[in-house]
Design a protein around this ligand. Structure first.
Ligand SMILES: [Zn+2]
Length: 182
């Protein structure tokens, strides 16, 4: 084996050509795809399809998907489930240096939890015009008094996340129509 054997790229399917350099956008898309897979799990269980992953130093620390119905828990949004699992795993109620990827713009509850956790970064996919507080309804992270730690980026794989949500709600409306049909 020659000394100059190339180091395998960690995500070869995402690397174009022979370049092994992964820029931030490629990594963001990679982790968002993992969050979308979590959203798919929520979908399969009849929950609004939202998924999240927590990442530290390029490694997935924890995952979560939306399951308030299944858990009988109004706080069981994907982000809270993933934050709890990450804090448990790392043995720390604060998660400095961690990034959270979520397929839908976070609500006020989840954004508050992220600030308490001192997350370094939150990356979301689709905007939520009804409950999103990263710019849609409000922008909580823009308040310097509230947010000292967390950078926010939206719109990563937004089309994929929106398509899954739209499909879910269309299916649910169709099912409701079937139930009221004579
Ligand atoms: Zn939430």
């Amino acid at each position: 084996m020659p000394d100059s054997a190339p180091v395998p790229a960690p995500f070869p399917d995402l690397v174009s050509g022979d370049s092994a350099s992964l820029d931030a956008a490629v990594l963001d898309a990679h982790f968002m795809r993992l969050a979308l897979a979590q959203a798919g799990q929520a979908y399969a269980e009849g929950e609004v399809p939202v998924g999240a992953v927590v990442v530290k130093d390029g490694e997935v620390v924890a995952v979560g998907y939306n399951q308030p119905i299944g858990r009988h828990d109004p706080t069981a949004h994907a982000e809270i489930v993933a934050l709890r699992a990450a804090a448990e795993k790392l043995g720390n109620y604060r998660l400095p240096g961690c990034a959270l990827y979520v397929t839908l713009e976070p609500c006020a509850m989840c954004s508050g939890a992220m600030m308490h956790a001192r997350l370094a970064r939150v990356v979301y996919a689709a905007s939520d015009l009804k409950t999103g507080v990263c710019g849609s309804v409000l922008d909580l992270f823009a308040h310097d008094v509230l947010n000292h730690h967390t950078d926010v980026l939206g719109g990563v794989l937004a089309d994929e996340a929106s398509a899954m949500l739209k499909g879910f709600f269309a299916e649910r409306r169709a099912a409701a129509r079937r139930n009221v049909a004579p």
